[in-house]
Design a protein around this ligand. Sequence first.
Ligand code: SF4
Ligand code: SF4
Length: 358
Amino acid sequence: MAEKKKMAPRDNGSPDYKKFLHPMMAKNYGKWKYHENIRSGVNMYVAESGDRLYVVRAGSTRTMSVDTVRKVCDIADKYCQGHLRFTSRSNLEFLVTKKEEIEPLIKEVKDKLGFHIGGTGHSISNILHTQGWLHCNLPGTDAAGAVKAMMDVLYEDFINERLPQRVKISTSCCQINCGGQADIAINLQHHHPPKINHDNMKICEHPKVVAICPVAAIRPAKKDGKDTLEVVEEKCMYCGACHGQCPSMEIRDANTDTLAIWVGGKSSNTRGGPSFMKLATYGLPNNPPRWPEVSDAVKKILNAYKEGAKEEERIGEWIERIGWKRFFEVTGFKFTKYHIDTYRYARTTFNTSTQVRL
Ligand code: SF4
Ligand code: SF4
């Protein structure tokens, strides 16, 4: 009989999360009675069996070196039976079974990692940024740098629970916005269609880039007798997806790219269900290394939200209650024709769920 060839395990798709649960979570799976917040950054989960699991949340740097990940794992080995988890906003969560170990754990997280404890309840969760220049070929700005600058400014709202509800903020380095929906989202915007370098254009079979355009704005063309491409400019929405597929189509432009802020997005099903973000302000300069104009605009939104929202209202719910007219009044942002969605070329099925990302 032929020897059975050993195959490497498949590594696509999510692994079965149940294999990785903390032993106390596995033991009490589906049998949790309630949970409560015992201090900013620490939640306690109580099971029907009487077991108590304490979850200590720290804001990670999102992009981490191998050395830092090893230090994180050493702390999890020491206090959490080798288990920890990352939330969707890159908060680190350490799972502790002994209440007396919470303070020593927090001290080690601060001393050895330099991370701060917070992000639970009615606070700003760790700010999310997209993969950016580490893995993507489209970034028009340094989303990671903008997040660091903003976290420095909003730090007190991360370590204290003093907002009407939780606030999730994300930064995306292009309008494809792989940061997803957020209460406040900062996105880089391009302001013209891609510029085609016809001399560099090596036409591939289809060409593939025609298919990647979500609004079918790219079509094959001839220039000086050579095969190339052209963009139907009135259809193009400046998303930049084509540049990732075809390096001869450059859309990034240091002279014209700016940042925009969108508000009111939410992916969860709580209360009113998921909602899309809407444009609040645009044309903010892409101004590294601190992006002060972006932090100022975010602070304006947060201050107005703190003053005007009812307890438990998320940013989108607050705006819907007071009305968009009032939102522009209290934030001081100018309402313009660009706030009205008149774009006619999007396919009706295109990205119409908050759960779908391009
Ligand atoms: S797709 Fe856009 S938002 Fe996502 S990492 Fe790439 S440039 Fe950034
Ligand atoms: S920028 Fe987006 S919409 Fe414009 S041609 Fe490229 S893929 Fe199409």
